[in-house]
Design a protein around this ligand. Structure first.
Ligand code: S3P
Length: 183
Protein backbone atom coordinates (compact mmCIF):
# COMPACT_ATOMS: atom_id res chain seq x y z
CA UNK A 1 0.00 0.00 0.00
CA UNK A 2 1.26 3.41 -0.97
CA UNK A 3 2.03 5.25 2.26
CA UNK A 4 0.52 8.46 0.93
CA UNK A 5 -2.92 6.95 0.50
CA UNK A 6 -3.00 4.84 3.65
CA UNK A 7 -5.05 6.51 6.39
CA UNK A 8 -2.84 8.14 9.02
CA UNK A 9 -5.57 7.56 11.54
CA UNK A 10 -7.31 4.60 13.13
CA UNK A 11 -9.74 2.57 11.08
CA UNK A 12 -12.32 1.17 13.49
CA UNK A 13 -14.67 -1.64 12.60
CA UNK A 14 -18.04 -1.80 14.30
CA UNK A 15 -21.06 -4.07 13.91
CA UNK A 16 -22.95 -6.92 15.52
CA UNK A 17 -21.42 -10.21 16.63
CA UNK A 18 -20.65 -12.35 13.60
CA UNK A 19 -20.37 -9.47 11.12
CA UNK A 20 -16.71 -10.35 10.49
CA UNK A 21 -14.96 -7.43 12.21
CA UNK A 22 -11.92 -9.47 13.20
CA UNK A 23 -11.47 -11.31 9.92
CA UNK A 24 -12.03 -8.25 7.72
CA UNK A 25 -9.97 -6.13 10.12
CA UNK A 26 -6.95 -8.41 9.83
CA UNK A 27 -7.15 -8.46 6.04
CA UNK A 28 -7.63 -4.70 5.91
CA UNK A 29 -4.67 -4.06 8.21
CA UNK A 30 -2.57 -6.20 5.93
CA UNK A 31 -3.59 -4.25 2.85
CA UNK A 32 -3.06 -0.90 4.57
CA UNK A 33 0.21 -2.04 6.11
CA UNK A 34 -1.07 -1.05 9.53
CA UNK A 35 -1.08 -3.00 12.80
CA UNK A 36 -4.26 -4.85 13.74
CA UNK A 37 -5.86 -4.72 17.20
CA UNK A 38 -8.91 -6.58 18.46
CA UNK A 39 -10.41 -4.73 21.42
CA UNK A 40 -12.05 -7.91 22.79
CA UNK A 41 -8.69 -9.69 22.91
CA UNK A 42 -7.12 -6.64 24.58
CA UNK A 43 -9.84 -6.59 27.25
CA UNK A 44 -9.17 -10.28 27.88
CA UNK A 45 -5.44 -9.69 28.09
CA UNK A 46 -5.95 -6.85 30.58
CA UNK A 47 -8.34 -8.93 32.70
CA UNK A 48 -6.36 -12.15 32.44
CA UNK A 49 -9.49 -14.14 31.57
CA UNK A 50 -12.01 -14.60 28.77
CA UNK A 51 -14.96 -12.31 28.10
CA UNK A 52 -17.32 -15.13 29.07
CA UNK A 53 -15.51 -15.40 32.42
CA UNK A 54 -15.68 -11.62 32.98
CA UNK A 55 -19.45 -11.69 32.38
CA UNK A 56 -19.84 -14.72 34.62
CA UNK A 57 -17.72 -13.54 37.53
CA UNK A 58 -18.22 -9.78 37.49
CA UNK A 59 -21.18 -9.03 35.21
CA UNK A 60 -21.69 -7.11 32.00
CA UNK A 61 -21.25 -3.66 33.56
CA UNK A 62 -17.76 -4.61 34.70
CA UNK A 63 -16.95 -5.80 31.17
CA UNK A 64 -18.21 -2.48 29.74
CA UNK A 65 -15.99 -0.51 32.12
CA UNK A 66 -12.98 -2.58 31.09
CA UNK A 67 -13.88 -2.18 27.44
CA UNK A 68 -14.10 1.61 27.84
CA UNK A 69 -10.72 1.79 29.60
CA UNK A 70 -8.98 -0.45 27.09
CA UNK A 71 -10.37 1.27 23.97
CA UNK A 72 -9.46 4.66 25.41
CA UNK A 73 -5.90 3.47 25.96
CA UNK A 74 -5.63 1.89 22.52
CA UNK A 75 -6.93 5.00 20.76
CA UNK A 76 -4.22 6.99 22.52
CA UNK A 77 -1.55 4.81 20.92
CA UNK A 78 -0.24 4.46 17.38
CA UNK A 79 -2.81 4.23 14.55
CA UNK A 80 -4.07 0.75 13.73
CA UNK A 81 -7.01 -1.07 12.28
CA UNK A 82 -9.17 -1.93 15.28
CA UNK A 83 -12.01 -4.44 15.51
CA UNK A 84 -14.34 -3.60 18.41
CA UNK A 85 -16.81 -5.73 20.33
CA UNK A 86 -20.40 -5.31 19.13
CA UNK A 87 -21.46 -3.24 22.15
CA UNK A 88 -18.53 -0.82 22.18
CA UNK A 89 -19.99 1.80 19.82
CA UNK A 90 -23.18 1.88 21.93
CA UNK A 91 -21.29 3.43 24.83
CA UNK A 92 -21.47 7.24 24.56
CA UNK A 93 -17.86 7.77 25.62
CA UNK A 94 -16.43 5.08 23.37
CA UNK A 95 -18.51 6.28 20.43
CA UNK A 96 -17.23 9.82 20.80
CA UNK A 97 -13.66 8.58 21.06
CA UNK A 98 -14.09 6.48 17.94
CA UNK A 99 -15.73 9.28 15.98
CA UNK A 100 -12.98 11.70 17.03
CA UNK A 101 -10.02 9.41 16.47
CA UNK A 102 -10.47 7.64 13.21
CA UNK A 103 -12.59 6.43 10.35
CA UNK A 104 -15.38 4.22 11.60
CA UNK A 105 -16.74 1.44 9.42
CA UNK A 106 -20.01 -0.34 10.13
CA UNK A 107 -20.12 -3.88 8.76
CA UNK A 108 -23.88 -4.24 8.28
CA UNK A 109 -25.04 -7.82 7.96
CA UNK A 110 -28.46 -9.49 7.71
CA UNK A 111 -29.66 -11.37 10.79
CA UNK A 112 -29.70 -14.76 9.04
CA UNK A 113 -25.98 -14.47 8.33
CA UNK A 114 -25.21 -13.38 11.91
CA UNK A 115 -27.23 -16.27 13.35
CA UNK A 116 -25.43 -18.74 11.11
CA UNK A 117 -21.96 -17.39 11.86
CA UNK A 118 -22.36 -16.97 15.61
CA UNK A 119 -23.75 -20.50 15.93
CA UNK A 120 -20.29 -21.86 15.12
CA UNK A 121 -18.82 -20.81 18.48
CA UNK A 122 -20.27 -20.71 21.97
CA UNK A 123 -18.02 -17.98 23.34
CA UNK A 124 -20.43 -15.02 23.37
CA UNK A 125 -22.18 -14.63 26.72
CA UNK A 126 -25.01 -12.43 25.40
CA UNK A 127 -26.11 -15.15 22.99
CA UNK A 128 -26.29 -17.75 25.75
CA UNK A 129 -29.12 -15.88 27.46
CA UNK A 130 -31.93 -17.11 25.19
CA UNK A 131 -32.71 -17.71 21.55
CA UNK A 132 -29.75 -16.30 19.57
CA UNK A 133 -31.92 -15.15 16.64
CA UNK A 134 -34.28 -13.22 18.92
CA UNK A 135 -31.34 -11.70 20.81
CA UNK A 136 -29.54 -10.67 17.62
CA UNK A 137 -32.76 -9.19 16.19
CA UNK A 138 -33.35 -7.20 19.37
CA UNK A 139 -29.75 -5.97 19.39
CA UNK A 140 -30.06 -5.01 15.71
CA UNK A 141 -33.22 -3.01 16.43
CA UNK A 142 -31.51 -1.16 19.27
CA UNK A 143 -28.10 -0.74 17.74
CA UNK A 144 -28.50 -0.22 14.01
CA UNK A 145 -29.74 3.39 14.37
CA UNK A 146 -26.60 4.13 16.44
CA UNK A 147 -24.21 2.14 14.24
CA UNK A 148 -25.55 4.29 11.39
CA UNK A 149 -23.48 7.17 12.81
CA UNK A 150 -20.33 5.44 11.52
CA UNK A 151 -18.44 7.32 8.81
CA UNK A 152 -18.73 4.46 6.34
CA UNK A 153 -21.21 1.56 6.01
CA UNK A 154 -20.39 -1.60 4.10
CA UNK A 155 -22.96 -4.34 3.52
CA UNK A 156 -21.81 -7.86 4.28
CA UNK A 157 -23.88 -10.42 2.41
CA UNK A 158 -21.98 -13.66 2.86
CA UNK A 159 -19.54 -13.14 -0.01
CA UNK A 160 -15.92 -14.28 0.51
CA UNK A 161 -14.16 -12.14 3.12
CA UNK A 162 -11.56 -10.82 0.71
CA UNK A 163 -14.34 -9.29 -1.42
CA UNK A 164 -15.75 -7.47 1.61
CA UNK A 165 -12.25 -6.35 2.57
CA UNK A 166 -11.72 -4.87 -0.90
CA UNK A 167 -14.98 -3.00 -0.59
CA UNK A 168 -14.09 -1.71 2.87
CA UNK A 169 -10.69 -0.59 1.62
CA UNK A 170 -12.21 1.29 -1.32
CA UNK A 171 -14.82 2.94 0.92
CA UNK A 172 -12.26 3.98 3.53
CA UNK A 173 -9.92 5.48 0.94
CA UNK A 174 -12.81 7.27 -0.78
CA UNK A 175 -13.97 8.66 2.55
CA UNK A 176 -10.47 9.82 3.35
CA UNK A 177 -10.17 11.56 -0.02
CA UNK A 178 -13.41 13.43 0.59
CA UNK A 179 -12.23 14.35 4.08
CA UNK A 180 -8.91 15.73 2.80
CA UNK A 181 -10.62 17.60 -0.04
CA UNK A 182 -13.07 19.25 2.37
CA UNK A 183 -10.34 20.58 4.67
C1 S3P B 1 -20.66 -8.06 22.57
C2 S3P B 1 -19.91 -8.50 21.51
C3 S3P B 1 -18.70 -9.31 21.66
C4 S3P B 1 -18.05 -9.05 23.02
C5 S3P B 1 -19.05 -9.24 24.12
C6 S3P B 1 -20.27 -8.34 23.98
C7 S3P B 1 -21.87 -7.23 22.31
O1 S3P B 1 -17.76 -8.99 20.64
O2 S3P B 1 -17.51 -7.76 23.08
O3 S3P B 1 -19.41 -10.60 24.11
O4 S3P B 1 -22.35 -6.56 23.23
O5 S3P B 1 -22.34 -7.23 21.15
P1 S3P B 1 -17.95 -9.43 19.08
O6 S3P B 1 -18.89 -8.45 18.46
O7 S3P B 1 -16.56 -9.29 18.55
O8 S3P B 1 -18.44 -10.82 19.07
Amino acid sequence: MDGETAPDDFVILIGLMGAGKTKIGKQLADKLDMPFIDSDREVEAAAGCTIAEIFERFGEENFREGERRVIKRLLGGPPAVMATGGGAFMDDQIRQLILNNGISVWLRAPIDLLVERTSRRNTRPLLRQGDPREILQKLADERYPVYAQADVTVDVTGEPANRTTKEVLASVLAYKTILVASK
